[in-house]
Design a protein around this ligand. Structure first.
Ligand code: AMP
Ligand code: GLY
Length: 418
């Protein structure tokens, strides 16, 4: 098979690394990729927003399957364009990608299909939103409805703060079009679990449950980031909880999308909170999580191409998906200044790593013979071992062998799983 992966982050390096191990692979392209994906296949420069160009490339290179990493191309209808061009795509069409691209759609959908989630109300007029705010007697979170690169959720502490948050979303358009609508939602508390599942639109196979670390600093302090680390499987997520999540969240979501005429093919990611009253779905993503994928895919035994192809062909129930025993931990190494303004262009000193440890690249590129930083999240150092404790130890041993100017990372990744 000839395969094209769209994206350039740590998630896409993990996908490329896994696909590269498939005996069925002939040629792998990554657009645009990074310095790490260049070791798995050929990085190509494609204007991903120009769907006709992507289709043309796939036809010219006889690409059999496209795997889309990030949400933006999916929300933009890339899967629809590929399908219209006769190219198979692992990733949902635009209508199904709404489950991530519009939080208002997602919340209304959850209500229609009785998926447990926080109480909420949606607004496009700031006056209505503020009037509602003054009536609510529970603590709240405020969200911009559209895609905001993980920055669209605010936790105001006072009524004044809540008012100005709503104004910044709906009036000042801090998030651009993503702020055409805003959601006011009941604030829940509990541990969070990321549960990703493969689906062909009908069958569902959950992956190992993962936890990520969104805050910049140890102890869940500092600003929110794209994710500073992840580990899997999350011990807190027992078999009973898995069963509850499949029955009350994943199945109604996949069935609901199919029944509404917009079947979901690809990876459906449920962001779950384990509250005292049971599991609540905080959000859905229409793709693999980043950095959860860097911790989950190294534990996947089965050929990812077999799974992706079965999803696209509607035959997922025929695939026996197996996982390795043990646990994996991914520690993200970020640039100085991240997440506000990352310093880039720093040379990265990499050392050879042991078996069972892999350094997934994110914001990196090759310049002559050097690898240099190009973004906020630079590397995701992943180790897997028989126990979570060993994985943590191996991952941090490997981190100590890597250097770049201003490198910052959390020292407590997976600590709450130990
Ligand atoms: P989302 O993009 O909707 O998952 O939100 C991002 C993060 O905001 C989540 O991972 C939670 O940490 C937090 N969050 C979202 N919704 C709620 C809620 N209803 N109550 C408490 N925290 C929330
Ligand atoms: N790790 C959170 C996400 O991928 O959205």
């Amino acid at each position: 098979m000839n395969v094209l992966i769209i994206g350039s982050g740590g998630r896409e390096h993990a996908i490329a690394w896994k696909v590269a191990q498939s005996p069925r692979l002939t040629k792998l392209y990554i657009a645009p990729g990074n310095a790490g994906t260049a070791d798995c296949g050929e990085n190509v420069l494609l204007e991903v927003t120009n769907h006709a160009d992507v289709v043309r490339f796939c036809k010219k290179k006889q690409v059999d399957l496209v795997l889309v990493g990030p949400e933006i191309p999916l929300a933009d209808g890339l899967a629809d364009s590929l399908s219209a061009g006769g190219i198979r795509c692992f990733g949902p069409k635009q209508a199904a990608a709404q489950i991530e691209a519009s939080k208002v759609f997602a919340k209304d959908f959850m209500t229609r299909h009785h998926i447990p989630t926080a109480r909420y109300a949606a607004f496009d007029k700031v006056a209505d939103a503020i009037a509602y705010l003054e009536r609510t007697d529970y603590s709240i979170v405020i969200k911009a409805s559209g895609l905001a690169a993980g920055k669209g959720v605010m936790l105001p502490e006072t009524l004044d703060e809540a008012r100005s948050t709503l104004e910044s979303i709906l009036v000042n358009r801090t998030f651009g079009e993503a702020g055409n609508e805003a959601i006011i939602e009941e604030r829940l508390s509990g541990q969070e679990v990321s549960l990703m599942a493969f689906t062909d639109g009908e069958s569902i196979v959950p992956m190992l449950p993962a936890q990520d670390h969104k805050r910049l600093l140890d102890g869940d302090n500092g600003p929110n980031t794209g994710g500073m680390g992840a580990y899997a499987p999350a011990p807190i997520f027992t078999a009973d909880l898995m069963n509850e999540a499949v029955e009350s969240v994943l199945k109604p979501a996949v069935n609901g999308l199919r029944l509404e005429g917009t079947p979901f093919v690809g990876v459906l990611y449920a962001g779950l909170m384990l509250t005292q009253n049971g599991i609540r779905a905080l959000e859905f993503n229409c793709r693999f999580g980043d950095p959860e994928t860097q911790a989950v895919l190294p534990l996947l035994e089965t050929d990812l191409l077999d799974i992706a192809e079965a999803c696209v062909n509607g035959t997922l129930q025929d695939v026996n998906i197996r996982w390795k025993d043990g646990a994996a931990v991914c520690v993200v190494l970020a640039s100085k200044g991240y997440p506000e303004k990352a310093e880039v262009g720093k040379q990265i000193i990499l050392s050879p790593l042991d078996e069972n440890i892999i350094c997934f690249h994110a914001g990196t590129t090759k310049e002559n013979d050097k690898v240099v930083t190009t973004g906020g999240r630079v590397l995701g150092v992943t180790a897997w071992a028989e126990t979570l404790a060993e994985s943590v130890e191996f991952a941090y041993d490997a981190v100590n062998k890597i250097r770049f100017d201003g490198m910052q990372y959390r020292k407590d990744v997976a600590k709450n799983g130990l």
